[in-house]
Design a protein around this ligand. Structure first.
Ligand SMILES: [Zn+2]
Length: 210
């Protein structure tokens, strides 16, 4: 089964993708991680992309499509995948529809902006191993230090409050039209993302008929 997750930044796409990966035994693909890997590559295109992301802007569609197309070539995605963070715009969705896959189901996670702003302001990431924590929901044992590797915890540039505000604006303008795009294809399901992760996973599984 090929699944796309939609929702504002911070709606819980990443957490849901990981949960579905375990429940359905199909790999999840974090577009954020794929792109961050590209940003660290040190290539000319990677550095160009880095400047754009650090300014809180989204990468141009052709850059994202190129990076994701390359990632999706892998054999491990042949029997299905859960896409988190791609497509993000209608042109990206059109490009995905031209790839070798048929998307079976699209899950849109509903959460309001206020809840999202609150969630993201507490999110910190380990600079060494990439583990994520939340100052309120999942605090590290020792403040500022990773439980797993003792690395330093810091807030990602794109989780800073001003950047979050900007990302939400862009989401409403550029990503929300995907709801109509997939509704017209008859693939869309809505799930409530305001009620905690267990509720979210259950709702998504029932939307998928699993
Ligand atoms: Zn760590």
């Amino acid at each position: 089964m090929n699944i796309v997750l939609l929702g504002a930044p911070g709606a819980g796409k990443g957490t849901l993708a990981e949960a579905l990966e375990k429940k359905l035994s199909i790999p999840s693909i974090s577009t954020g991680n794929v792109i961050r890997k590209a940003l660290k590559s040190g290539t000319e295109i990677g550095n160009k992309a880095k400047d754009i992301v650090e300014a809180g802007r989204l990468l141009p569609d052709d850059m994202v499509v190129g990076i994701m197309k390359n990632e999706l070539k892998g054999d491990k995605f042949k029997s299905g995948f859960v896409l988190d963070g791609f497509p993000r715009t209608v042109p990206q969705a059109e490009a995905l529809d031209k790839m070798q896959f048929v998307i079976d189901k699209v899950i849109n996670i509903d959460v309001n902006d206020e809840v999202i702003a609150k969630r993201m302001s507490g999110r910190v990431v380990c600079e060494d191993c990439g583990s994520t924590y939340h100052l309120v929901n999942k605090p590290p044992t020792k403040k500022g230090v990773c439980d797993l590797c003792s690395g330093k915890l810091s807030r990602r540039k794109d989780d800073e409050p001003d950047t979050v505000k900007n990302r939400l604006l862009i989401y409403h303008e550029e990503t929300e039209p995907l709801i109509d795009y997939y509704k017209k294809q008859g693939k869309l399901a809505f799930v409530d993302g305001g009620g905690g992760i267990e509720h979210l996973v259950e709702s998504a599984l029932s939307a998928l008929g699993c």
